[in-house]
Design a protein around this ligand. Structure first.
Ligand code: TYM
Length: 334
């Protein structure tokens, strides 16, 4: 609890172009949860360097992501929006928790397996220990809930395991966080291969809707979306492409899948694709406009970055000091 409210923490990597999956699976829920919780929304730039980055591009993308959080509707006066690299406690706690995490646990992580297959020439220690940094992000704020898409649940499970292990040795140091997964949109699939999640690192640009895609591009990508030859609109695992289109349409409109299936009964895939495309374009367009406006407001954004780094550091350091004391590091002399 912080100021009488439960705490929410979540973050996104400032790597690549964010996709509709990031928006529907995470960002959209963040916006709706901001009033109810004390929220920390982090741009996790330290996580991004597990894969080689161009420094200038990384810096630019980190700022663009923070701006996107605001453009998507998060009120920076209510929620703490900040860069992970501005709060040293994240990396400090990660080192400590590394010493309470087993190699076997980390090597089972699917994201590690996937990424190390993809970047076989750079399987670095950071990539391996990535979930421990993520656990530190969450545990530093005594977080109650963590809104994420389904692909992050395994990391959240390991975060809970690490926290419980630590608490068992040292007493109640960490709050044990719960995942929050939205009812719809928690796993948006690729438009070109609906057996894979939509991902910013997909090499085929038609597989993902990027949040900065213009309307024509969005409509074109939906038109090309892979479906099947059943020629019948149903919400079923045997029709993953159609199911994905319904999920997207449902997450954008708030309507149920049953309702959508009824609406499109007897109609063709082309009509569903068009409706989904129009709806996504309508949702993203105001966010894009706001991003462009906010990008010009340099002082306003700089103010948010500075203030929030201080606010986040204050909360994070309280937990860090407690942890350092518990494990036997010498207390600071005041
Ligand atoms: P990242 O940056 O890959 O993704 C950010 C958020 O978007 C969700 N997401 C999706 N949801 C639905 N469908 C998809 N196709 C899809 N693709 C991505 C992710 O589940 C995530 O919620 N390790 C994290 C970042 C992180 C973090 C944290 C998250 C670092 N520390 C602490 C929560 C708490 C990651 O790489 O997310």
């Amino acid at each position: 609890m912080l100021d009488g409210k439960k705490v929410l923490f979540s973050g996104m990597q400032s790597t690549g172009n964010l996709t509709l999956g990031n928006y529907l699976g995470a960002l959209k829920n963040w916006v709706s949860l901001t009033d109810e919780y004390e929220c920390f929304y982090c741009v996790v730039d330290e996580h991004s360097i597990t894969v080689r980055q161009d420094p200038a591009v990384l810096r630019k993308r980190a700022r663009a992501l923070l701006i996107l959080y605001i453009a998507a509707g998060i009120d920076p006066e209510k929620a703490c929006l900040y860069y992970q690299s501005h709060v040293p406690a994240h990396a400090e706690l990660a080192w400590i928790l590394d010493c309470y995490t087993y190699m076997g646990e980390m090597s089972r992580m699917t994201q590690f397996k996937d990424k190390s297959a993809k970047h076989a020439d750079n399987i670095n220690v950071g990539l391996f220990a990535y979930p421990v940094l993520m656990a530190s992000d969450i545990l530093l704020y005594q977080t109650d809930i963590v809104p994420v898409g389904i692909d992050q649940l395994q990391h959240l499970e390991i975060c809970r395991d690490i926290a419980l292990r630590f608490n068992n040795i040292y007493g109640n140091v960490f709050t044990i966080p719960e995942a929050y997964v939205g009812k719809v949109g928690a796993k948006i699939m690729s438009l070109q291969d609906p057996s894979k999640k939509m991902s910013k690192s997909d090499e085929n640009p038609n597989a993902s809707i990027y949040l900065m895609d213009d309307k024509d591009t969005i409509i074109r990508k939906f038109k090309r979306a892979v479906t099947d030859s059943e020629a019948h609109i149903a919400y079923s695992d045997s029709q993953p492409g159609v199911k994905n289109l319904i999920d997207i349409y449902s997450a954008c409109t708030g309507r149920t899948s049953d309702d959508i299936v009824k609406e499109f009964d007897g109609r063709g895939y082309g009509e569903l694709k068009e409706a989904a495309g129009e709806c996504v374009a309508g949702l993203l367009s105001p966010i894009q406009v706001r991003c462009a406006e906010l990008t010009k407001e340099k002082d306003y954004i700089d103010g948010i970055i500075k203030r929030n780094a201080e606010k986040a550091s204050y909360t994070a350091e309280k937990t860090l000091r407690k942890v350092q004391h518990k494990i036997g590091f010498p207390d600071r002399i005041r």
